[in-house]
Each structure stands twice: as structure tokens, then as C-alpha cells.
Design a protein around this ligand. Structure first.
Ligand code: OSB
Ligand code: MG
Length: 368
């Protein structure tokens, strides 16, 4: 496949409500949408780097630079044989996984359109729906939190993740647990604790949580191992798992018992699938994380989450949980059994609402 031209669109999209985590509050989600042209088709991809380097060091602006000045010039007008071939052509660029993942997503969308196959088929996924949950940000107070959870349960979400940070952890989980004793519940600290301060989380071990996600720093595999040794509740790693190698090392070290997989964090769907395959072979459960994606990235997440090792519900909520207006014509709806349908059409299976894309675009460049 030969990509002859790529348009980058830097988007800013207003969230339905601000999303607060231990690293800050987001009201306007930024990302880059890649629009790639081959002779016969147009393919899309989403780079999930946000405005601020809070979740990772990448931002929409650094990813723009890396895509425009390094990644795209190295693959444009070359004959791409596979996703692995694409990755090997850009492997001289260190880091910047979100920029790479956005580019790889474009390749998969075009490949599906060329071959008449959905991304689910191309990746080897199965089933018409995937199980999903909702990630609930930090709220103003405990009442607001319990009300937010109740609202999502009314909408049909069957699994809830609560964001926590030091001082906003045990009482938060206790309040939700008291009102919803049987709810499948988990927490995500986005690396806000140290091995010392994480002692405050000990009471969570009695609160029947599915997992505790990324309590410590991204580069603290060893300390996660120490923490996991003292908890019955599985530790899940998100930020720490940046490649299949890191996944292998984390499992060998027993730094976690569950892995959150995001294609953006690991440099592309091929790497995401490789981590899935490794964990599946070792019997370690994985699930699909989310980055408040537009419909473009959400479509890819749904296909990825349909691989057989994705046993926990994904952070893949319905369109209206994130945006009043999205850039895809398709809107993703929650089914009553807390699932969302996997797109069936070729490639990502979505079509772009060009007017919505235009109105969300704050910067644009054509390459090639
Ligand atoms: O850590 O999982 C995270 C959103 C942005 C950055 C990091 C994370 C999240 C979420 C939201 O938890 C998941 C979603 O897209 O619904
Ligand atoms: Mg997380």
C-alpha cells in the first residue's frame, strides 16, 4: 500500500463535563486526526496525545512535530508491506508512541478498505459486541460522586472505574461501595502515589475491587512489585506498560496481575496485539483502556477489545458520555447489557462528518 498524502487536523473538542484525574482537569480534549490518501481510498487515524503532558510526556503539539517532520516523511510514497514494515521504517525515532500509533491506525483503516475487511477481522477479534464500563473522574464531593455513579448505572453501565488521588481515595470508594455493594468497581490513581504514601490504600483491599490501576510512577515496575506482594486485590498497570518487553518484564517481576492495553501508549495496534498475545499465553487478563477518544479512536478500541484475552470490560463508553457532537457520522450507543457493538464495515468502519471535523479543527497541514 502506498500513502501519497496525509492531512493532519489538530482538534479541540469540548467534553460533556470536565474530566478530573490525579494529573489535572480536562474540559477540552485535544487530539490529532490523520487523514491519509492512497490511490483508491482515504483512511483515518487518531493520535491520542492531549494538550498537556499530564498522562504522558507527549502532547498534541509534540506529536504534530514528530509526525510532520520525522514519521510521515519516512513512509510517504513508500510501498508499505505490513504494519510491522511501517513500524520498522519509523523505528529510528525513539519514543513518541502516540504519534506512531496514530500513523499505524491510518494504515489499518486503509488496509481494511483495500481488502474489504473490518479491523476486527484483520486483528483476529471475535463477537458482535464487547463488554464496556465507564471511567468516572474526581468529583466535587462524595454526594456528587455517588450521584454521578448512579446516573451511569441508570444508563446501563455495568462496571465503574473511579479516579483516585492522595486524600481522595478510601472515603470515595467507601461511599460508592456503601450505596452499590455488588457493583463491579475498580480504581485508577494515574501514578499519584509512592510506595510510602500508597499505605493509605490498604483499606481498599477489603472493598472487593476488581483491580487497582497504576498506583505508582510509570517507571516504578519494581515498587509495583513490592506493592502487589502486599495486596490481594490485583494491581493493573497502565502507564508503565509501554511495549511488549515491558509487559513481559512486569509479569516476570510480578509487578501486576492485570494489564490495561491502549494502542496509543504502546506505539500502535500491532504492539497492542502483541501485548495481548503475550498476556493471553501466560493466562494474564487484559482489558482495553481509553483516552477520551473521538469516534475514530473508539472504533479501533472496539475492534481491539474483541480479541479473546480482553476479559475485563473496556474503558470504552458511549459517544454521549464524552461528546455532544462527535466527528464520526456513527454514534456509539450502549446496549442494555453494558456492551457496545463492534464496527462491521471495512477498516475502522466509520465515516467522517467533515463539517464536524472542520469545526473542531484548530490547526491543519497537508503533507505530501
Ligand atoms: O488513565 O485510563 C486512564 C483518560 C485519559 C487519560 C488516561 C486515562 C483516561 C481514562 C478515561 O480513564 C477512559 C475513557 O476514555 O473513557
Ligand atoms: Mg489509567
Amino acid at each position: 500500500m502506498i500513502i501519497t498524502k496525509i492531512n493532519l487536523h489538530h482538534l479541540r473538542m469540548r467534553l460533556q463535563s470536565p474530566f478530573e484525574t490525579s494529573f489535572g482537569s480536562t474540559h477540552d480534549r485535544e487530539c490529532i486526526i490523520l487523514e491519509a490518501h492512497s490511490d483508491d481510498f482515504v483512511g483515518y487515524g487518531e493520535c491520542v496525545a492531549d494538550a498537556d503532558p499530564g498522562y504522558s510526556y507527549e502532547t498534541a503539539v509534540t506529536a504534530w512535530h514528530i509526525l510532520q517532520d520525522f514519521l510521515i516523511p519516512q513512509i510517504i510514497n513508500t510501498n508499505l508491506q505490513s504494519a510491522e514494515d511501517l513500524q520498522s521504517r519509523i523505528s529510528n525515532v525513539k519514543g513518541h508512541p502516540m504519534a506512531k500509533a496514530g500513523l499505524e491506525m491510518v494504515y489499518w483503516d486503509l488496509l481494511g478498505k483495500c481488502e474489504g475487511k473490518s479491523l476486527q477481522e484483520l486483528l483476529g477479534g471475535q463477537g458482535k459486541q464487547v463488554k464496556v464500563g465507564v471511567s468516572v473522574g474526581l468529583q466535587a464531593d462524595l454526594d456528587a460522586l455517588v450521584n454521578a455513579v448512579a446516573r451511569y448505572l441508570d444508563q446501563g453501565y455495568g462496571r465503574v472505574k473511579l479516579k483516585i488521588k492522595p486524600g481522595r481515595d478510601v472515603s470515595e470508594v467507601e461511599a460508592v461501595r456503601d450505596d452499590f455493594p455488588d457493583l463491579p468497581l475498580q480504581v485508577d490513581a494515574n501514578s499519584a502515589y509512592t510506595l510510602g504514601s500508597a499505605r493509605a490504600l490498604n483499606p481498599l483491599d477489603e472493598m472487593d475491587l476488581l483491580m487497582i490501576e497504576q498506583p505508582l510512577s510509570e517507571d516504578d515496575l519494581w515498587d509495583h512489585r513490592q506493592l502487589q506482594a502486599g495486596f490481594r486485590t490485583p494491581i493493573c498497570l497502565d502507564e508503565s506498560i509501554i511495549s511488549p518487553r515491558h509487559a513481559r518484564q512486569a509479569l516476570e517481576m510480578e509487578a501486576c496481575r492485570v494489564v490495561n492495553i491502549k494502542s496509543g501508549r504502546v506505539g500502535g495496534l500491532s504492539q497492542a496485539r502483541a501485548i495481548h498475545d503475550l498476556c493471553h499465553t501466560k493466562g494474564v487478563p487484559v482489558w482495553c483502556g481509553g483516552m477520551l477518544e473521538t469516534g475514530v479512536g473508539r472504533a479501533a478500541n472496539l475492534a481491539l477489545a474483541s480479541l479473546p484475552g480482553f476479559v475485563f470490560p473496556g474503558d470504552i463508553s458511549a459517544t454521549d458520555r464524552y461528546y455532544a457532537e462527535d466527528i464520526t457520522i456513527e454514534r456509539f450507543e450502549l446496549n442494555p447489557d453494558s456492551t457496545i457493538d463492534v464496527p462491521e464495515k471495512d477498516g475502522l468502519g466509520i465515516s467522517i462528518d467533515t463539517q464536524a471535523l472542520e469545526s473542531a479543527t484548530v490547526n491543519k497541514v497537508a503533507i505530501g
